[in-house]
Every structure is written in C-alpha cells, then in structure tokens.
Design a protein around this ligand. Structure first.
Ligand code: PEP
Ligand code: MN
Length: 341
C-alpha cells in the first residue's frame, strides 16, 4: 500500500487513526489536503504491511481506496488513476476529445501587438492565448519580459477575445500576482526541477503546464509532476517541448514518442510545443500535425504578426496566416484520429 485515498467527508479522528497505524509500523504518512479530496501518501517500506492490515485500513470509514503502486511517481501514474484526467479551464476541457491550441507570442511585447495577435489566433481557431510576461533568457542582456505590465495586457486580451491565458511563472514570489491574471501557470523547461517552485504551484488551485526539462527523462518529468500533485494540486498538464541531443540542425529534438508513452504511464493530459521543439518556422506545422496524430491533447504554438521584429523566438514564430493554414491541417488530422479542434 502506498496511497490511501480518503472520502470527502472523512473526519479528523479517522485520519488520526490511520496515521497512528502507519506510524506504529515505522512508516511516515504524508497528508495532502487537496481541494477535492485528501490523500495520505505512505513513505517507507510499505511491504511491512500485511494484507490483513491493509484490509483493516480499507475497512475504516472515511477510506475510499487503498492503492499499491510500484512506480516511483504515484499520484501521476495510471496505476493510481485509470481514467484520463480532464482539466477544466472556464468552460473548456483539456484532456477530453477536443485538442486545444494555445497560440501567441513568445513574450508579451506591448499592448497593441498582443491584442492584435490574440484576435487573429482566435479567429483561426485557437482556444488559449500564450505569452510570457516573465521570460527566462539565456543572456541577462536580452529582453526579460514586461513583468506585471505584461500580465495586465494578457488579461485585457482575454477580456477582448475570451481566450484563457497561459503564462510562465519563474519565481515562487510571483505566484500571488500571477494567480489573478493567468488561467494556466507554465513551468518552463529550465525550471522543471526547481522543486521550491513546483511545491509552490502545487499549493494553489490553478492548472499547471509543466514543460519537460531539456535534459530530463520521462521519469524525471513524471517525478516533477508528482511534486505538484503531492501538494494537492491535481491539475497538471505535461508538455513535451524538445530535448537536447547531438543534433544541431534543429533547436531541439522533438520527442514525439513521449506523447503515447506519457499517456500510457500517466492519466494526465499531454501537450506538445513544436515551436521550441524545432526552433524553425517551416517545421512547426508538420510537427504540430504529427503531435496530434501521436495523441497530444494540446498544442503550444508561437505566433507573431511580425516575426522578424519579435523580441524573442522570432525565427520559430508563425505569422497569423501560417497559423491559419496550420490549423486546417491540424483539424483534418484530429478528425482522422477521432479527435476535434
Ligand atoms: C516559452 O514557452 O516561451 C519558453 C520559454 O519555453 P521553454 O521553457 O520550453 O523553453
Ligand atoms: Mn519562446
């Protein structure tokens, strides 16, 4: 037994009873109170618990389920939850039949450009607006993002278009301000193992899009997701965005095998970001289509009205016209694999 799922109406006395039983066995219970339910993670050598003892715990009123999970990531695993997790944002559902497309500039640059891009991607069929207000740049001399001002423009663009907003959080200290402006918090590739940040976003009631670290294995990605889930936030979207390999012809190597693999190992929705995966405008559309064929639940696409002048990632940004063309192909492939956009 590794996880004890409690009923919503479980009492403190019942929790105490379970905790005592576990501690007597030398095990460490980790209680996480989520918004929907409470879970006790059991840390230590759980093979010490006999089948009879396990059944006794199962019989305690207030216990919904007792699950033994062999994988190191537990709450993220399919063994823990067989059905696909569907994450609601406003009236949209991520992880269901519909493939969502989040599009927008790499960085929020100014109010007018952002609103213009938002209107164009919306009319082409995007369902989310992406855009960084806090930018993780390789050079400290590059544009670092507009910060809170950028968040305000994103919120205004949402008001005008109805598109929910996804934006990157880099620092746990920004969480309070971001919560008010953003619908999905993005954790970037460079922060996938920023454990303090993971724990912080795990403590709030806001969906998190967790990007795979550029040198992270699938197991490491799932363990990072586990940090968020174990804090009680069940709304995690995993995102493949390309990994570092020996190849230099593309910015990264987009590992699309990660999509069906993650879907089999985990119940969480899977997104793909072909823009950062390839780093080249002309390869984005073919890889977006391939991602949908591979089973992606969501795409992240960088779009800019004037890519040549973009303050970051212009070379991988599509023009609104190119995005519109891409959406037609994505829609056709989605239909072919029993999905819709
Ligand atoms: C981004 O989405 O603009 C971004 C910085 O992504 P990544 O963390 O995947 O590089
Ligand atoms: Mn970018």
């Amino acid at each position: 037994m590794d996880i004890i799922v409690l009923k919503p109406d479980v009492s403190d006395e019942q929790i105490e009873k379970i905790v005592k039983k576990l501690e007597l066995k030398g095990l460490k219970p980790h209680i996480s109170k989520g918004t929907e339910r409470t879970i006790i993670g059991v840390i230590g050598d759980t093979s010490k618990i006999t089948e009879d003892e396990e059944n006794a715990i199962r019989a305690i009123p207030g216990v919904e389920e007792v699950v033994r999970i062999l994988k190191p990531y537990k709450l993220a695993s399919r063994d823990f939850k067989k059905t696909d997790t569907v994450i609601k944002v406003d009236d949209l559902e991520i992880g269901g039949k519909k493939v969502h497309v989040a599009a927008g500039p790499c960085a929020v640059e100014n109010r007018v450009t952002l609103i213009n891009i938002a209107e164009k991607i919306k009319s082409a069929g995007a369902t989310f607006l992406r855009g960084g207000a806090f930018k993780p740049r390789t050079s400290p001399y590059s544009f670092q993002g507009l910060g809170v001002e950028g968040l305000k423009y994103l919120a205004e663009a949402k008001e005008k278009t109805g598109l929910p907003v996804i934006s990157e959080i880099m620092d746990p200290r920004d969480i309070d301000v971001m919560i008010d402006y953003v619908d999905i918090l993005q954790i970037g590739t460079r922060n996938m193992q920023n454990f303090k940040l993971l724990m912080e976003v795990g403590s709030v009631d806001k969906p998190v899009l967790l990007k795979r670290g550029m040198s992270a294995t699938i197991k490491e990605l799932l363990m990072a997701a586990e940090y968020i889930l174990s804090r009680g936030n069940e709304k995690v979207i995993l995102c493949e965005r390309g990994i570092r390999t020996f190849e230099t012809a593309t910015r990264n190597t987009l590992d699309l095998s990660a999509v069906p693999l993650l879907k089999s190992l985990s119940h969480l929705p899977v997104a793909v970001d072909p823009s950062h995966g390839v780093g080249k405008r002309e390869l984005v559309s073919p890889m977006a289509v391939a991602a949908v064929a591979a089973g992606a639940d969501m795409l992240l696409i960088e779009v800019h009205t004037n890519p040549e002048e973009a303050l970051s990632d212009g070379e991988q940004s599509l023009t609104p016209e190119q995005f519109k063309e891409m959406m037609k192909k994505v829609a056709a492939v989605a239909k072919a694999v029993g999905r819709e956009v």
